[in-house]
Design a protein around this ligand. Structure first.
Ligand SMILES: [Zn+2]
Length: 296
């Protein structure tokens, strides 16, 4: 957008809000994303005409934390479109307070398009399709433990800059696939699998705090990282765990190794990303925030 178009847009917003003074605070909202589909990450960008007027935003009933991207006039925040969001217009409420105390509000719309995820059919040990009754309580508890972690949007943003791929192995296009295990439908695949041999080090895609380590029935050995501001990484099927709950890890630090624990057909890395509880494709993060650090 040229500067003159930008000014024209700002003027229209002012007229629309019924304001008279040309120097009033104005908001210009845009977004960047691979696509507006279920499972995508959206970078919301808000340009404010008053430097330092921090905008606030809400989408899907969650507050979207914004951070300054330039000199205090451009702000960014992340919106996650959950795997199961129905296509349609999603309103994003944006507001900011001017230096004189005036509130400016704007509604931006994300037009979410439908996406059909393919089905994958897998064969696993029968105990992972029809678990024996004595492990049902364990499965429920493990699901609740993880859900309770994802519910919290930590106040401190630990992630910054680019996200690096956790293993050198290539990703598979497995995100969102409907999963049929031994002929029986199960939950859609809420992460992306990477082909990597057992023992390959798994590195933190960005800085974070270790929230959970341990062995789970379906996911095998897991590590959950809190990157802050509602963004989490969850690694499953590890052979070893190299961090402890409470540890702070830097981008690139080894958290464990690729394995074949839990409900798997073979060794691989499973990486789930949660953003304000939305299940989003980790590959979207990698594409929107590329990291130039070479893999080793
Ligand atoms: Zn997986």
């Amino acid at each position: 957008m040229t500067e003159s178009t930008r000014l024209a847009v700002a003027f229209l917003i002012l007229v629309g809000a019924g304001s008279a003074a040309a120097e009033d605070l104005s908001l210009e909202v845009s977004h960047r994303a691979r696509a507006l589909h279920p499972g995508e990450v959206v970078i919301l960008e808000v340009r404010v005409s008053e430097r330092g007027a921090a905008p606030r935003a809400t989408a899907f009933g969650k507050s979207i934390r914004m951070f300054p991207a330039e000199d205090g006039s451009l702000w960014r925040g992340l919106v996650g479109i959950d795997l199961t969001v129905e296509p349609g217009k999603v309103p994003v409420a944006v507001q900011a307070t001017a230096a004189d105390g005036a509130e400016v509000r704007k509604t931006y719309e994300l037009a979410v398009l439908p996406k059909q995820f393919p089905t994958r059919r897998l064969r696993v040990a029968p105990r992972y399709v029809d678990p024996p009754p004595d492990v049902l309580a364990r499965i429920l508890r493990e699901a609740e433990d993880v859900a309770a972690i994802f519910e919290v949007s930590s106040a401190e943003r630990l992630w910054s800059g680019g996200f690096r791929t956790p293993v050198p192995g290539p990703p598979t296009s497995s995100f969102g696939r409907r999963s049929v295990f031994n002929g029986q439908p199960r939950n859609p695949h809420s992460g992306t699998d990477f082909r990597s041999g057992a023992g390959t080090p798994v590195r933190a895609p960005n800085a974070g705090r270790v929230m959970l380590t341990g062995n789970q029935y379906f996911s095998g050995n897991v590590v959950v990282l809190d990157h802050g501001w509602g963004l989490y990484s969850y690694f499953a099927h590890l052979s070893t765990i190299d961090v402890a709950e409470g540890d702070l890890v830097a981008r690139g630090e080894v958290v464990g190794a690729v394995g074949a624990t839990g409900r798997v057909t073979g060794a691989h890395l499973h990486w789930t990303v949660r953003l304000n509880e939305a299940r989003v494709d980790p590959l979207a993060l990698l594409e929107l925030f590329p990291d130039a650090t070479p893999l080793d």
